[in-house]
Design a protein around this ligand. Structure first.
Ligand code: ADP
Ligand code: ADP
Length: 225
């Protein structure tokens, strides 16, 4: 049962071939980590799945639909980025609900979704605060919450923990793992941190020079030769 499929994907930035002929199938409910050195194409692949960049050639399917030419908002995905990208003038509550308010979902439904996400992410006591009044870890939880309230099948994470110190990173790693257990949705998670890959992944896609070099469970990827 496939959740996300990438077919023969090429992405060129001018003369630079960032991805070439890349194929990937992510199972429904799978936690897939994209791992590899800086510049190997991880963010390019994630942004292509999200619909944030133009693809040169190939196809992307999400939940059985060909979304190659769909707008990001129509792809049924939630994104969490490294920089929190919160609205500085809005409260945590408004940050969590803003995207939903734009879509015409009834107020009571929005309140219920925000409440659920805030509870899962321990943000309930912080709902009235502004982003400037939060710690880095709390801000990143709000960023995760904004993806959660969308109630989509697929979450895309781009190095969500790399701006945090080691202690917070470890804490949020556990929280993300728990969230995945509770929600059971598909997660595609970019990192260059081997510990994150090892602890979070069902499978790791090891990337190098724009292709997937190995796709296997952590135990196989980290096996001594
Ligand atoms: P990673 O996420 O693994 O660090 P990226 O996907 O960001 O890798 O980058 C892959 C390659 O594409 C790198 O060589 C990078 O310099 C190049 N690249 C990324 N984005 C752009 C862009 N907007 N314009 C030109 N080159 C880019
Ligand atoms: P902005 O005003 O910065 O464009 P919005 O919250 O209005 O942000 O969202 C714009 C579109 O992007 C909306 O259609 C929303 O569904 C989508 N969107 C917002 N946040 C996310 C997210 N975390 N992941 C995926 N899509 C999102």
């Amino acid at each position: 049962d496939t959740s996300v499929s990438v077919r023969d994907l090429d992405i060129h930035y001018g003369a630079l071939k960032a991805l070439h002929g890349l194929d990937l199938d992510v199972g429904r409910g799978e936690f897939l980590v994209l791992l590899g050195p800086s510049g190997c194409g991880k963010s390019t692949l994630l942004n292509a799945i999200a619909g944030l960049i133009d693809i040169t050639d190939g196809e992307i399917w999400i939940s059985g639909k060909n979304v190659t030419w769909s707008e990001p908002k129509d792809r049924g995905i939630g994104m969490v980025f490294q920089s929190y990208a919160l609205y500085p003038r809005m409260s945590v509550y408004d940050n969590l609900s803003f995207g939903l308010r734009m879509t015409g979902i009834p107020k009571a439904e929005i309140a219920a979704r925000v409440d659920k996400a805030a509870t899962m992410l321990q943000l309930v006591p912080l709902l009235k605060r502004k982003p400037a009044e939060l710690s880095g870890g709390q801000r990143q939880r709000v960023a995760i919450g904004r993806a959660l309230v969308r109630q989509v099948d697929v979450f895309l994470f781009d190095e969500p923990l790399s701006n945090l110190d080691a202690k917070l990173r470890a804490e949020l790693r556990v929280e993300i793992k728990l969230l995945h257990r509770q929600l059971g949705n598909t997660m595609i998670y970019v990192t260059h941190d081997q510990i994150e890959a090892l602890t979070l992944a069902d499978r790791i896609a090891v990337m190098k020079n724009g292709v997937i070099q190995q796709l296997a469970p952590p135990i196989e990827v980290y096996q001594k030769p």
